[in-house]
Design a protein around this ligand. Structure first.
Ligand SMILES: *[C@@H]1O[C@H](CO)[C@@H](O)[C@H](O)[C@H]1NC(C)=O
Ligand SMILES: *[C@@H]1O[C@H](CO)[C@@H](O)[C@H](O)[C@H]1NC(C)=O
Ligand SMILES: *[C@@H]1O[C@H](CO)[C@@H](O)[C@H](O)[C@H]1NC(C)=O
Ligand SMILES: *[C@@H]1O[C@H](CO)[C@@H](O)[C@H](O)[C@H]1NC(C)=O
Length: 392
C-alpha cells in the first residue's frame, strides 16, 4: 500500500490516475474543479492537433494563411473499434470545447464516444476559437452572444417562456442563470464568431472536404448552426459522409425565426445555405428558387418556407443518411420540422427523433451538455450502429 502523501506525486508523474486522489473537503463545483485535487470524469485518449486546408493571401507585410481549420484528433487508448470516424461541428457562439467535459464536470459527448471505441475529431469552425481569422479576409465578427440571451434562449427558457414547450425544460444543471457556477462556466465559453456566413461557409466547404479526404468517410455530428456545414459537405463530397447527424439543426429554410409570430429575417437564400447547393433541375442564381409559406404560424409550431411545386430536388444531399434530434423543451421543437419538410420535399429521406417521444424528457437547446446528455448520445450511437449494419 502506497502511503497517501506519495499519491499526488505519482499522479503528477501519470503513475496513478487523478481519480484516486482524496476529494474530502474539496469544493469541485464549476470552475473550482480546475484544482488538481478534483478528479476528471473524462476518459483516456491521446490527442493530436492539426491545421487542415487554408490558403495564402499576399499582403504588404508578407503572405498570411487564411481559412485554415483547427482539428483535434482524439484516439481511444483502448483502440478504435468502428470503421468510420466521428467529426463534431459545434454550434454558433461556442467552440469545439462544447463536446468535452460539461460545465458541471460530467462526461461530454467526446468522452462518451471515445469510451465506445470511436475515433473522434473536434473542430473549431473557421473564424472561431483556434481557427480565428485575419480581418483582411472578410471574417467580420459578431459581438459575443449576451449572457441574458443565453439564459432566455438556452439555459433557463422556462423562466420567461416565449414558446409553450419551454415550460417543460428541466435538464439544465443548476439554475441556468448568472451567478450559478455551472451557468458561469458555460457562458464564459460563449465567444464571437463570424457574422459573414458566406465567408464561413466557403471556407468550411473547402477545408471540410479536405479533412474528410484525409480521414475517409465519417459521420458528421453537429449542433445548431454547426449543421450548416455538414449539409454543404453532403452536397460537395457525399461519398465522404457516412451520415449527417444534427442535434437541433439550424438550417431553417430561407429564414431565421424571431420569437414573435410572423417575425424573423431572411437568410440562407439557397434554402438550407447561404452559398450554392446542387439542385435538380439546376439553379445558377438563388432567385430562381420559388418558395411559399406553408402552415399557420403559432408559437408552438412555426410556419415554414417550402418550394413552390414542382419542387427541385437535392440529389447530392439525398445520397447521405440524415438524422435530426430535437429536445422536448427547446425552441427548436417549434421549427425543426421546417428543415425536415424542406428536405423531404426535395427528395431527401430523413430520420427525425423527437426526444420526448422516445422517453427523453425536458431538454433545451444544449441537450448535449444537460443532465441526461448521455441518453441523447446513446440515441445517436444507436442510429450510427443501424447505419453501419445497413452497409454490411
Ligand atoms: C507571397 O508569396 C508569393 C508566391 O511565393 C510571392 O510572389 C510574393 O512575393 C509573396 N508576398 C510577399 C509580400 O512576400
Ligand atoms: C459590440 O460591443 C461594443 C462594445 O459595447 C459596442 O460598441 C458595439 O456597438 C457592439 N457591436 C455590435 C455589432 O453590436
Ligand atoms: C463576406 O464574404 C464574402 C466572400 O469572401 C465577400 O465577398 C463579402 O464581401 C463579405 N461580406 C462582408 C460584409 O464582409
Ligand atoms: C440573381 O438574380 C437577381 C434577381 O434577378 C439579380 O438581382 C442578381 O444580380 C443575380 N445575381 C447574380 C450573381 O447574377
Amino acid at each position: 500500500m502506497v502511503r497517501s502523501f506519495v499519491l499526488p506525486l505519482l499522479a503528477a508523474a501519470g503513475i496513478v490516475s487523478a481519480a484516486t486522489l482524496p476529494r474530502d473537503n474539496v469544493d469541485c463545483t464549476g470552475v473550482n474543479a480546475i484544482s488538481p485535487k478534483c478528479r476528471s470524469n473524462e476518459v483516456k485518449y491521446t490527442r493530436d492537433v492539426y491545421y487542415v486546408g487554408g490558403r495564402l493571401i499576399s499582403t504588404a507585410t508578407g503572405n498570411i494563411t487564411a481559412d485554415q481549420l483547427y482539428v483535434e484528433k482524439l484516439t481511444p487508448t483502448c483502440g478504435v473499434k468502428h470503421p468510420n470516424p466521428l467529426v463534431f461541428f459545434h454550434g454558433g457562439a461556442v467552440s469545439g470545447v462544447t463536446w468535452l467535459n460539461t460545465p458541471d464536470g460530467r462526461k461530454g459527448f467526446a468522452s462518451h464516444f471515445i469510451e465506445k471505441g470511436y475515433q473522434v475529431y473536434l473542430l473549431d469552425h473557421t473564424g472561431v476559437g483556434r481557427s480565428s481569422q485575419e480581418a483582411t479576409s472578410e471574417y467580420t465578427l459578431w459581438n459575443s452572444t449576451g449572457v441574458e440571451s443565453v439564459q432566455a434562449g438556452f439555459t433557463a427558457p422556462e423562466l420567461n417562456p416565449t414558446y409553450p414547450q419551454a415550460t417543460l425544460h428541466t435538464q439544465w444543471p443548476g439554475t441556468g442563470q448568472k451567478g450559478d457556477p455551472y451557468f458561469d462556466q458555460f457562458s464564459k465559453g460563449v465567444i464571437p464568431f463570424t457574422s459573414n456566413w458566406t465567408m464561413g461557409e466557403l471556407s468550411m466547404r473547402a477545408s471540410g472536404c479536405k479533412l474528410l479526404s484525409l480521414i475517409g468517410p465519417s459521420y458528421l455530428i453537429s449542433h445548431s448552426s454547426g449543421a450548416q456545414y455538414p449539409i454543404l459537405l453532403s452536397n460537395d463530397c457525399p461519398d465522404l459522409v457516412a451520415g449527417n447527424i444534427n442535434l437541433e439543426h439550424s438550417t431553417q429554410p430561407f429564414w431565421n425565426y424571431g420569437s414573435a409570430l410572423n417575425s424573423g429575417s431572411s437568410i440562407r437564400p439557397w434554402g438550407l445555405a447561404n452559398t450554392p447547393l446542387t439542385y435538380d433541375p439546376p439553379v445558377t442564381n438563388s432567385s430562381e428558387l420559388s418558395k411559399e409559406w406553408d402552415g399557420e404560424d403559432t408559437l408552438a409550431k412555426r410556419r415554414c418556407y417550402i418550394q413552390t411545386e414542382p419542387a427541385r430536388k437535392l440529389p447530392q444531399i439525398a445520397k447521405v443518411p440524415y438524422l435530426c434530434t430535437t429536445g422536448e423543451a427547446s425552441v427548436h421543437a417549434t421549427y425543426d420540422h421546417c428543415v425536415i419538410n424542406y428536405l423531404n420535399q426535395a427528395g431527401v429521406k430523413t430520420d427525425w427523433i423527437k426526444l420526448g417521444e422516445v422517453g427523453i424528457h425536458g431538454n433545451g437547446h444544449f441537450g448535449h451538455l444537460e443532465l441526461n446528455n448521455l441518453e441523447i448520445a446513446s440515441v445517436v450511437e444507436q442510429w450510427i450502429q443501424y447505419q453501419d449494419r445497413q452497409k454490411r
